[in-house]
Design a protein around this ligand. Structure first.
Ligand code: ADP
Ligand code: MG
Length: 617
């Protein structure tokens, strides 16, 4: 039934209480004005989907057609038209959905932000749906014809003030055209390249044909809407390369596919990190029904997961809600929890079923897992037992295995080594005595150890160069005899000799009879000082200056040290004691800290001198 002209031609006031919305909105949203494309495209796509559903349900075979959205710039008219072949609107629907509903959203926005000074903060916090068209237009027209039988096509027109008009239109095909009369500062949206880029950014994954000037501009298949069983490894890799070109292949991925109790689809990739703190790389794009919403789904993912890359699609999340709202939204929290659980499940599954792969990837994924454990207790509890520590046994070990294996010797201590190259001789010494050492690899590890200690009260991480384990010392063979002349033991004497020779008030000296004859001395520092250093290094990304709180452990079981004692007893006629003591100290320093330029120079000179003595016939 066609309506009469009187019924169609309507002019009126939009039921809205704020005057002059347009200038206010333009001011706030100016720098993010591109989002009008997102909003109008998503409306067009909605309309296409609705028609698809209705046409199937009501067997309207004529209207069962492929969806299509056209972007048509017209330089002469200075207009940009967004045209869809969706379900269209009747005059009543325009009045209801555009005049009342769309505008009330805009009104709410203005009421909320009118008095705020800080425009930057607001930008992007609020989508405005249809009204965002006014961000780039001086006049907006809707030319539309509803799919409903006998509907009269209508044209709505509004210049951003609060009055509008609706007139009869001669549009013949079902669907909607939004005609934007571009404002002077929005002429850029006439350029084909610019439009193509916008389509790529916002609508690349919309499963309808989107054309700019008659040429298809979107081409990507959003594989996250497919069933995981339909997809092959190559599909996931290919898709990753579409999302993140030139980033190489991902390590592995998780396909999220939930229908109940909420709707969530997506693919999360574990990227190969260039280095441990390569945290900026993570990027999970957020979509809402395949319409791009934002480049970084920060509000939905817990922080530690922002290291991941990929795309998630939350159809139940409105396009236009404020970010701060998202963070508190129970729905978002549920999604976030679910994702954390899925990530943990995937890691556990890999650990269980593909141990070799898991160990191979461990280097890349361990900082993120550790960080996650420290930040999310439920995640910690789930993955606690899959954490691997490289060990001097040659294999990786879990903490549980380690403590079980070493319980007898170490009780609940875990011996670790910060630099397995530099401290190779300490490690060898521990190994010789059957002590297993785990190797610290990442700067995050010291934090992580601290965290594990806070979780397990009896657990204690001890660096091999912070104390000399009783297992390394052979007290029984140590000479305890006291010299009747000066009332001193050998240890006391060595202590005096080294103190005198090194002449360094800050350095403490301890003489110990080690089982090993591999090293003459060892430089140790307190565990807490060591950790402080590592943590400040992590914070600043560089080594801190030396804290200078070292103890030199002199090995009275080493022949060099024994010789020093003998030389000293013989009154050291050639003055060798002092340089030899200094040499013991320098050698011990080498595996612990950086020698300063001056120290290194005298070390080299002394080495040459000592060696020329040694090489004399
Ligand atoms: P939302 O999309 O969140 O509902 P909008 O302000 O974007 O809010 O749009 C308001 C309403 O106008 C839509 O719900 C829809 O009913 C109608 N609408 C907008 N654009 C179109 C279109 N291209 N085709 C059909 N209906 C539309
Ligand atoms: Mg919308």
């Amino acid at each position: 039934m066609t309506k009469t002209k009187e019924e169609i031609n309507v002019t009126g006031d939009i039921s809205i209480h704020t005057q002059n919305i347009l200038p206010i909105i333009k001011k706030w949203l100016y720098s993010e004005q591109d989002i009008f494309i997102r909003e109008l495209m998503s409306n067009a796509f909605d309309a296409i989907k609705k028609l698809k559903t209705i046409s199937v349900k009501e067997s309207l075979t004529d209207l069962q057609r492929d969806g299509k959205i056209d972007l048509i710039p017209n330089e002469k008219e200075n207009t940009l038209t967004i045209k869809d072949n969706g379900l269209g609107m009747t005059s009543e629907e325009i009045q209801k959905y555009i005049n009342q509903i769309a505008f009330s959203g805009a009104e709410e926005f203005v009421a909320k932000y009118k008095d705020k000074e800080d425009g930057e903060q607001i930008i992007g916090q609020f989508g405005l749906g249809f009204y965002s068209a006014f961000m780039v237009s001086t006049l907006v027209e809707i030319n539309t014809k509803s799919y409903k039988e006998g509907s009269q096509a209508v044209k709505w027109s509004c210049d951003g003030s609060t009055s509008f008009s609706i007139t009869e239109s001669d549009k013949e095909d079902v669907g909607t055209e939004i005609i934007l009369h571009l404002s002077d500062d929005a002429k850029e949206y006439l350029a084909e390249e610019r439009l193509k880029n916008l389509v790529e950014r916002f609508s690349n994954f919309l499963p309808v044909d989107i054309q700019v000037n008659g040429k298809t501009a979107n081409n990507q298949n959003p594989i996250w809407i497919q069933q995981p069983s339909e997809l092959k490894e190559e599909d996931y890799k290919k898709f990753y390369n579409v999302l993140f070109p030139f980033k190489g292949d991902p390590l592995f991925w998780i396909h999220l596919n939930v229908d109940y109790p909420f709707n969530l689809k997506g693919i999360l990739y574990f990227p190969k990190l260039a280095h441990e703190l390569d945290g900026n790389k993570g990027q999970v794009k957020l979509f809402c029904q395949q319409v791009f919403v934002t480049d970084n789904a920060k509000e939905i993912l817990p922080e530690f997961l922002t290291l991941l890359q990929g795309a998630i699609d939350c159809p139940e999340l409105p396009l236009n809600v404020s970010r701060s709202f998202l963070q508190q939204d129970p729905y978002v929290q549920k999604i976030s929890k679910h994702i954390v659980k899925k990530v943990a499940d995937k890691l556990i599954e890999l650990h269980k079923n593909e141990k070799e792969q898991f160990e191979k990837h461990w280097e890349d994924i361990n900082p993120f897992i550790k960080y996650g454990m420290m930040n999310d207790d439920s995640f910690y509890k789930k993955v606690e037992n899959i954490v691997l520590f490289p060990s001097s046994s040659g294999n990786s070990t879990s903490l549980k295995e380690y403590t079980e294996r070493n319980k007898e010797k170490l009780e609940n201590k875990v011996l670790y080594c910060e630099d397995k190259e530099k401290q190779a001789s300490y490690v060898a010494m521990c190994k010789d005595q059957g002590l297993e050492v785990i190797f610290l690899k990442n700067v995050i590890d010291v934090h992580f150890f601290q965290f594990l200690e806070s979780k397990n009260k009896d657990l204690k991480f001890v660096a091999i160069d912070t104390e000399v384990s009783e297992h390394l010392v052979d007290e029984d063979s140590e000479s305890k005899a006291v010299d009747p002349v000066d009332n001193k033991t050998e240890s006391d004497k060595l202590n005096d000799i080294f103190k005198d020779a090194l002449n360094n008030d800050k350095l403490k000296i301890e003489v110990k009879h080690l089982k090993s004859e591999k090293i003459s001395g060892m430089l140790i520092e307190a565990e807490h000082v060591k950790r402080l250093r590592s943590m400040s290094a992590m914070m600043q990304g560089q080594q801190m200056p030396s804290f200078d709180d070292y103890t030199l452990v002199v090995n009275s079981n080493h022949s060099l040290v024994k010789n020093i004692l003998t030389l000293n007893q013989a009154l050291d006629p050639e003055g060798k004691v002092k340089p030899l003591c200094q040499h013991v100290y320098d050698l011990a320093s080498l595996s612990q800290k950086q020698l300063s330029g001056e120290e290194l120079q005298s070390f080299i000179e002394r080495s040459n001198e000592l060696l020329s003595g040694y090489s004399q016939k």
